[in-house]
Design a protein around this ligand. Structure first.
Ligand code: DSN
Length: 420
């Protein structure tokens, strides 16, 4: 049963209540390996499900355009102070609705349409909002894009330097959505300084690892740090912008009134709760566990013949080309979903296939580590993935159903926040 229980919803809208219960049960029964997802704590769920959703608060604490902010101002101030303490930054804005609006606010604050900006290409592991052609950031700005080296699968810092010197971008984004290796913030900072660019570190995927000391921090290297709050940081769906003192005002103005109206106060409360959780010693253990699990899973998958981009991982994320297994990303992701293992198909660098039917799979260990799974379970997960690939190639749905039953049986021993 969903936790907190939802009796009022069940009475008022049984259709939606049933779907919420269904989703909770699904999350309980599946090995959730989507690298951008997690399980929030019950405390975060309660905060996000609170009456704070009823309140409008355009503006910032002490300077709002609506009355009645006696409690909301305190909630937002707590979230900001906790973000500053957890990440060690001068300034934090906790209002962006999610990662894309947060990144758009950076453009609005520091660039004008037509300016040159630079980021990692989406197919190489970047994000849409780092200047990819179909995004507003690629349409409204003159975006130049770097990638990874073909021989190593790692960010090509020579290309980053050459491109930056040639194009003199105003902004350089580092970070992305499918980067399995440590981001070299000092190297990016050196290049940005040389060409007079502002360095923006998008740490959406690794924010929890940074907070928990399991990935180097961009603080002191990137003037601006953008992150979502719901991936490894394990908060509600939202985002934050952090910066040095110099860029604080411009970022705040860009978020409100530049891009957004009223902040989502229930989300802000959830972010505050998640940040308090991230400040505890247990969270450091969690972050280390996420990386240990990813490394163990990477090793087990490699031993089974999967072809991992860059040969492994330093963080929570694994990207692999499944062509060698006689399949492609999409059919295998769908078969794995039937087998109780949830992940997403993904392009791999230099992918000859199309983004909607690519060669790869992306996996992450943020959620399963929250669930309590450890390195000892990773060989089993790799074995299920391998068996599913064989079963799917053979069209053997009975074998896939057997794996789903095994997955369910294992997970029944691991509690899930939000489920009782
Ligand atoms: N959708 C996010 C991810 O899965 O990485 C990025 O926006």
């Amino acid at each position: 049963m969903h936790q907190p229980a939802i009796p009022h919803l069940a009475a008022a809208d049984p259709d939606i209540a049933q779907l919420v219960e269904g989703e909770a049960a699904r999350q309980f029964e599946k090995v959730r390996l989507i690298a951008s997802e997690n399980y929030v704590s019950t405390a975060v769920l309660e905060a996000t499900g609170s009456v704070l959703t009823n309140k409008y608060s355009e503006g910032y604490a002490g300077k709002r355009y609506y009355e009645g902010q006696q409690f909301i101002d305190q909630v937002e101030t707590l979230a900001i102070e906790r973000a500053k303490a957890v990440f060690g930054v001068d300034h934090a804005n906790v209002q962006p609705y999610s990662g894309s609006p947060a990144n758009l606010a950076v453009y609005l604050a520091l660039a004008a349409p037509g300016d040159t900006v630079m980021g990692m290409a989406l197919p190489a592991g970047g994000h849409l909002t780092h200047g990819w052609s179909v995004s507003a950031t690629g349409k409204w700005f003159r975006a130049v894009q770097y990638g990874v080296r073909k021989d190593t699968g790692r960010v090509d810092m020579d290309e980053v330097r050459d491109l930056a010197r040639a194009e003199r971008p105003k902004l350089i984004f580092c970070g992305g959505t499918a980067i399995p290796r440590t981001i070299d913030f000092p190297a990016f900072a050196e290049i940005a300084a040389e060409v007079g660019a502002v360095l923006v570190a998008d740490i959406a995927h690794i924010a929890g690892l940074v907070a928990g000391g399991a990935h180097p921090s961009p603080v002191g290297h990137a003037q601006i740090i953008s992150t979502t709050t719901h991936k490894t940081l394990r908060g509600p769906r939202g985002a934050m912008l952090m910066s040095d003192a110099e860029h604080a005002k411009a970022l705040d103005k860009a978020v409100f009134p530049g891009l957004q109206g009223g902040p989502h106060n229930h989300t802000t409360a959830g972010i505050a709760v998640a940040l308090a959780e991230a400040a505890r010693p247990e969270f450091r253990e969690y972050a280390a566990g996420v990386v240990a699990n990813a490394k163990a899973l990477a090793e087990a998958l490699t031993a089974r013949g999967f072809d991992l981009v860059s040969g492994g991982t330093d963080n929570h994320l694994i990207l692999m080309d499944v062509t060698g297994k006689g399949t492609a990303g999409k059919p295998l992701a769908k078969a794995l979903d039937r087998a109780g293992i949830e992940l997403n198909y993904n392009t791999v660098p230099f992918d000859p296939r199309k983004p909607f039917d690519p060669s790869g799979l992306r996996l992450g260990t943020g959620a399963i580590t929250t669930r309590g799974l450890g390195t000892e379970q990773m060989p089993q997960i790799a074995e299920w993935i391998d068996r599913t690939a064989t079963a799917a190639n053979d069209g053997d749905e009975t074998a896939i159903a057997t794996i789903a039953a095994e997955v369910k049986e294992l997970l029944s021993a691991y509690p899930m926040p939000g489920w009782a």
